[in-house]
Design a binder for this molecule. Structure first.
Ligand code: COA
Length: 171
């Protein structure tokens, strides 16, 4: 089943399909991320199931901008917005996206990679823990924001998170 999934770095021609199938969050997020990728700040990675995008993850080379984290943690690329569409979950795609990020990060010579996860997001926490991510120990912190969806409706969100780190030497 897993070999039906292809994980790769997003290219310009992928954006229309991502906009069509990956509609979670701000409409322009895919194009914004692609622009940042061209500038070298991020790598935007997607999972394809028979050519259809079914998952994505953003790898931010300069780490998170959350001050609660940067006060304690530096030189740690950050994984953001890991998402697999509902009907493709529990097939190992999330795990493969994370491995891909970890591999790229290790190739660039970093020793660790991190991510923030909502304290109530049990399924994501289970996945991260199983793959070897560990609590950074900085404690809980709040994140939040607003965005406009594809129907023009504004949404606001907030979440209490912890920050997890994976030491890449064991990969
Ligand atoms: C978190 C998320 C990305 C996980 O994606 P996923 O593709 O379902 O992840 P995986 O398939 O690799 O792992 C999920 C579970 O499926 C199981 N699994 C993996 N391959 C499997 C297979 N071939 N057959 C059956 N189960 C399988 C894993 O063991 C894991 O089990 P667990 O829940 O007991 O740990 C997804 O649930 C999601 O998009 N959630 C909403 C967004 C979100 O919360 N993102 C995280 C933000 S921090």
């Amino acid at each position: 089943m897993e070999n039906q999934v292809l994980i790769r770095i997003v290219v310009d021609s992928d954006i229309p399909e991502l906009e069509k199938h990956m509609t979670n969050g701000p409409l322009d997020k895919h194009r914004d991320r692609y622009k940042k990728q061209l500038q070298g700040d991020v790598t935007y990675i997607a999972a394809y199931w028979n050519e259809k995008p079914v998952g994505h993850v953003l790898l931010k080379w300069n780490g998170t901008k959350d001050e609660a984290v940067t006060a304690h943690i530096n030189h740690c690329p950050d994984i953001e917005d890991l998402l697999v569409t509902d009907e493709y979950r529990n097939k190992g795609i999330g795990q493969q996206l994370l491995y891909y990020c970890a591999k790229l990060t290790k190739q660039r010579g970093f020793e660790r990679i991190g991510l923030g996860v909502g304290i109530e997001n049990e399924s994501a926490k289970r996945l991260y823990q199983r793959l070897g991510f560990q609590d950074s120990g900085i404690g809980e912190y709040q994140i939040g924001g607003t965005f406009i969806d594809e129907k023009g409706i504004e949404h606001s969100w907030k979440e209490t998170c912890i920050y997890l780190i994976h030491k890449l030497k064991d990969l």
